[in-house]
Design a protein around this ligand. Structure first.
Ligand code: SF4
Length: 295
């Protein structure tokens, strides 16, 4: 495992994700090592390969100071009307955050600056609960947990070192109880859900029970670099399961899943934030949508 402390050159960066103005990524790499992670391409910037994803994390230890310096330069009117997203290519609450507190200290900088826009968070970790005190001090915040299954064995397989799904759903409930606006991110929608409607039913029921009403749903993105890594990791799995992953890239398959998603949304009284299931390749070309991709 390659852990390092590094000094970043910038931290408040413009973002290509529709609807999001800036991203803050306090770390390079992500120890959670999800097998489907689209951010695995990041290795190319630090001399690592896609296969190394999960095996290196670099903490940008100057992130809070950088943010303090960049906020007045990059935001007018205290950022009213803008959205800052934590994080697009790392998890802001992975294990290293317990020690380095970079996400927390960046949030403190936003509060000290008087940021007037929306802070949105997306994580797979219940460490996010540590910062409830700060969320309450921000004028607008939305905290999301990625949940892909209610089966902790499934989350352990695909999201190797992330806290299990059950803890994420418990975290959603705890945030909701504290009056924090929450959302759930079902992404990727695991391909086996077509054959196991009850698994998606259980997942949506658990989200609804947490008190969260808003959800993003995203289809699996199998760009070639993701596919190669995922299939290498799944080479010992049953052939039928692997084939499901390949077939998930067809339009017919996505439409079948979409029908299922809509039926279960209605059943559990959940709201699909973008009013569509995100499909990475089509979604990025839609200028009129808002949201985030990944995690
Ligand atoms: S999907 Fe998110 S949590 Fe998982 S490895 Fe990638 S950045 Fe980390």
């Amino acid at each position: 495992m390659d852990f390092r402390k590094i000094a970043a050159k910038s931290i408040l960066n413009r973002c290509g994700i529709p609807g999001i103005d800036f991203v803050v990524n306090p770390y390079i790499g992500c120890r959670f090592a999800c097998k489907y992670c689209y951010a695995s391409f990041m290795g190319r910037f630090v001399g690592k390969t896609v296969a190394d994803w999960g095996e290196y994390v670099y903490a940008k230890t100057n992130a809070p100071e950088l943010l303090r310096a960049e906020l007045p330069k990059k935001l007018k009117n205290k950022g009213v009307g803008k959205e800052i997203f934590f994080s697009s290519v790392t998890d802001p609450y992975q294990g290293m955050e317990a020690k380095y507190r970079l996400t927390r200290r960046c949030l403190e900088e936003l509060i000290a600056f008087g940021f007037g826009g929306l802070v949105s968070i997306l994580t797979k970790s219940d460490l996010v609960l540590r910062d409830i005190d700060l969320f309450k001090k921000l004028p607008r915040v939305s905290v999301g947990l990625t949940v892909t299954s209610t089966d902790d064995g499934v989350s352990r397989f695909f999201e190797t070192y992330a806290p299990p799904s059950s803890r994420r759903i418990t975290a959603l409930a705890a945030l909701h109880k504290e009056g924090i606006k929450t959302y759930a991110f079902i992404g990727p929608l695991l391909p086996h859900f077509v054959a196991q409607e009850d698994a998606l039913d259980r997942l949506m029921a658990a989200i609804a029970q947490s008190g969260t009403r808003d959800i993003f749903v995203e289809h699996l993105n199998l760009s070639s670099y993701i596919r190669n890594r995922l299939m290498e990791e799944m080479k010992r799995e049953e052939r039928a399961v692997v084939e499901k992953f390949y077939s998930s890239q067809s339009k017919a398959y996505r439409e079948e899943l979409d029908v299922l998603v809509r039926r279960l949304l209605t059943k559990h009284d959940l709201r699909l934030i973008l009013n569509q299931t995100i499909y990475h390749k089509e979604f990025q070309s839609r200028p009129d949508t808002t949201g985030r991709i990944d995690k």
